[in-house]
Design a binder for this molecule. Structure first.
Ligand SMILES: Nc1ncnc2c1ncn2[C@@H]1O[C@H](COP(=O)(O)OP(=O)(O)OP(=O)(O)O)[C@@H](O)[C@H]1O
Ligand SMILES: Cc1cn([C@H]2C[C@H](O)[C@@H](COP(=O)(O)O)O2)c(=O)[nH]c1=O
Length: 205
């Protein structure tokens, strides 16, 4: 297959997505594979306005605002799909830090399935391999808090919200058949699991 293979890693805060992406990149590049590392947050030209809206939603939770937030995230991903993903070189692997349904797992009012549909309706590119990274919420919460940058969340401040978000990701992974990667153990184990999934996919193409 000459088009790039699109792999996304998603999951609650602090589960180790960035750490894992770095480790996977090293392993693949050591095998002479062209790896393009992307991050939804940094590829999105409308990010500042959207996060301002997410902040407003956190202060004033209501259905209309929540729909607006979901639509904006989906619009941004449609933009990235069209202007960034299509520009990547053939025979490469795109590793994306967060993609849909990231925001869906943070939402409490708009149903998960409807947020997925918003993305599908806008032709947001679906990943070839969708990896949901999780840990027990207490572990990711503690790991995130111990980082120099801390939790680094604009709106996520309570462990109970993080627990709900983790459960939401776990349900989505099970329901949609995404690859579940538990990262409670050593990072090398999680890395090997995801790399093996990527090689399986490459072999099947
Ligand atoms: N398997 C592991 N064992 C121990 N510590 C780990 C493991 N994986 C990641 N960590 C550590 O956990 C912390 C959170 O990891 P990381 O920043 O990669 O998470 P993240 O999912 O990218 O977070 P965010 O969603 O906030 O961007 C980091 O300090 C990282 O070094
Ligand atoms: C905390 C939080 C996050 N999101 C969405 C916004 C992005 O798509 C991701 C990234 O969040 P991060 O803080 O950069 O890890 O999640 C959200 O929609 N609502 C939230 O409360």
């Amino acid at each position: 297959m000459s088009r790039p293979l699109f792999v996304s890693l998603d999951g609650p805060k602090g589960v180790g997505k960035t750490t894992l992406l770095e480790a996977i990149t090293k392993v693949l590049r050591a095998d002479n594979i062209k790896v393009i590392r992307l991050c939804e947050k940094k590829s999105d030209p409308f990010r500042r306005e959207t996060m301002a809206l997410v902040n407003r939603l956190a202060r004033n939770p209501c259905m209309d605002l929540e729909w607006e937030v979901c639509a904006r995230f989906a619009d941004s991903r449609a933009w990235i799909s069209q202007h960034v993903l299509t520009k990547q070189p053939p025979y490469s692997i795109i590793l994306m830090d967060r993609w849909y349904p990231s925001d869906a797992a943070f939402r409490r009012m708009v149903p998960f399935a409807e947020i997925l549909q918003l993305n599908i309706d806008r032709n947001v590119q679906a990943p070839d391999l969708h990896v949901g990274v999780v840990t027990a919420p207490e572990i990711s919460w503690a790991r995130a808090a111990a980082r120099t940058r801390g939790l680094s969340s604009t709106v996520m401040h309570k462990l109970e919200d993080h627990v709900a978000c983790t459960q939401s990701f776990e349900r989505a992974v099970a329901k949609h058949g995404w690859v579940l990667c538990r990262n409670e153990g050593m990072i090398e184990h999680a890395t090997l699991q995801v790399v093996n999934e990527i090689y399986k996919l490459l072999n099947d193409l």
